[in-house]
Write a protein that binds this ligand. Structure first.
Ligand SMILES: NC(=O)c1ccc[n+]([C@@H]2O[C@H](COP(=O)([O-])OP(=O)(O)OC[C@H]3O[C@@H](n4cnc5c(N)ncnc54)[C@H](O)[C@@H]3O)[C@@H](O)[C@H]2O)c1
Length: 411
């Protein structure tokens, strides 16, 4: 959706100037017809020296200031999503809120109530559904070309580098400090599932998962607390050696504002990202499976896996008249009658173009959508959060959860 339909640019604050905040602020700066940046807030970030935008230390200061902002882009740590969203909505702003919306289902319900009071929009940071690849995939699934869906196998392979960074060494390594890996990482995947199954209710959900490998019991003999202190022969055999991941490769550097070699050297020597993955202190799962039973008998398996070489999602759809196999590069459509075909959607850009797509959509919806649409946008996002929280309930209790009887969590 192009933001060209906007009459005037949307005046927006960016709250949290980490990886996500920088991405959104950069888009806004590049698209002055869609956005006018009202300010940036972060206590720790280094703002560009030539940045012309007002700067604030905290999100509270930014919201209290007289900026004339009509919208807040909330890219704060998970635990600050609820208070910042409530405050921005109370000031009459539209909100682009990074996922997870809330750290618990109760927090999600509070965001629903705050949005209803304000009558504004809360758009969840589900960037994937705004990418050309996922739009095309959804269209093919919804077209009925492979008949009625009977099952979907969806793999979210995180990759051992990214997973060790975020869920073993980093921000989401301790479950009690956030939402747990499934809600944090796979809320995207629950969102896709909610989109693919639009109109069908998930009736039952079961989940299994654990932390199998990044534990002190698995620590190689002689390994030190930090990679830099580890004997050379132990490091040579360790795929998770921090110097190999951060200094010899390029693909994890985007997590840091300064991506230079010198900065990466410091990361390995001084930060939490130089710790041995087996040193302990982390309790996030490293793999998890979710089984879902939908109206009409459709079954869906979602697999979240840390130990993959590549980072990608693979979705396999089975229907009564054919199959679709999609791997974030190509979409293979295999009808039982007629020939197979392969579709090659445009996958350029961050999150396959989804980061730009969601920003254009946010500006467009803020100007053009109705109040009823604002309500349904958040309800859809909350349904996918609800399923993720119910899956966690199943993993922790060891029981299949009846989603239709799940009280207040029943959408
Ligand atoms: N949609 C996606 O694909 C996607 C991808 C990654 C992360 N996320 C989500 O985005 C959010 C941010 O993640 P990130 O990777 O950018 O993290 P980050 O740590 O890089 O950025 C968060 C920033 O918030 C700042 N901050 C902390 N307290 C603050 C305060 N009181 N006021 C203002 N700023 C404050 C921090 O200094 C930091 O710079 C998280 O909720 C995460 O789950 C979404």
């Amino acid at each position: 959706m192009s933001g060209a339909g906007c009459d005037t640019p949307l005046k927006a604050l960016v709250l949290g100037y980490g990886i996500r905040g920088r991405t959104y602020a950069a888009y806004a700066a590049r698209h002055p017809r869609e956005f006018e940046l009202a300010g940036l807030a972060d206590p720790a970030a280094e703002f560009p020296a030539d940045s012309p935008y007002p700067r604030f230390r905290t999100w509270e200061e930014a919201l209290a200031a007289d900026t004339g902002a009509e919208a807040a882009i909330i890219a704060l740590p998970d635990r600050l999503h609820l208070p910042a969203a409530e405050a921005a909505l109370a000031k009459g702003m539209h909100v682009l809120l990074e996922k997870p919306l809330g750290c618990t289902w109760d927090e999600c319900e509070k965001i629903r109530a705050a949005r209803a009071r304000a009558g504004k929009m809360v758009l969840a940071g589900y960037v994937l559904r705004y990418s050309p690849y996922y739009r095309e995939l959804r269209e093919i699934v919804a077209s009925g070309e492979i008949g009625e869906l009977t099952s979907v196998h969806h793999l979210a392979a995180i990759s051992y580098g990214k997973a060790s960074h975020a869920f073993c060494r980093g921000n989401w390594s301790v479950e009690s400090e956030g939402t747990g890996m499934l809600v944090n990482k796979c809320s995207h995947d629950f969102d896709l599932i909610e989109w693919w199954t639009k109109g069908r209710r998930c009736r039952k959900i079961s989940s299994f998962g654990s932390l199998m490998h990044w534990r002190p019991q698995e620590r190689p003999q002689g390994a030190a607390e930090r990679c830099e202190d580890c004997p050379a022969q132990v490091r040579a055999g360790c795929p998770f050696d921090a110097r190999r991941l951060y200094c010899e490769r390029e693909d994890l550097r985007y997590h840091f504002a300064d991506m230079s070699d010198a900065a990466m050297d410091k990361v390995v020597k001084e930060s939490r990202y130089g710790r041995c993955v087996y040193a302990g202190g982390n309790d996030s799962v490293d793999h998890q499976t979710v089984l879902m039973d939908f109206d009409g008998g459709l079954t869906i398996i979602l697999e979240m896996e840390s130990y993959s070489k590549e980072r990608r999602r693979v979705s396999h759809f089975f229907g009564t008249r054919g199959e679709i196999v999609a791997d974030e590069k190509t979409i293979e459509v295999k009808p039982f009658l007629g020939g197979d075909r392969t579709v090659y959607p445009d996958t350029a850009g961050a999150h396959g173009g989804g980061d730009a797509g969601i920003m254009a959509q946010f500006a467009f919806l803020a100007r053009k959508a109705s109040k009823e649409r604002y309500a349904s946008i958040l309800d859809g996002a909350l349904e996918s959060h609800r399923l993720a929280f119910l899956a966690e309930e199943s993993r922790k209790t060891g029981k299949t959860v009846d989603c239709l009887a799940a009280g207040g969590r029943n959408g």
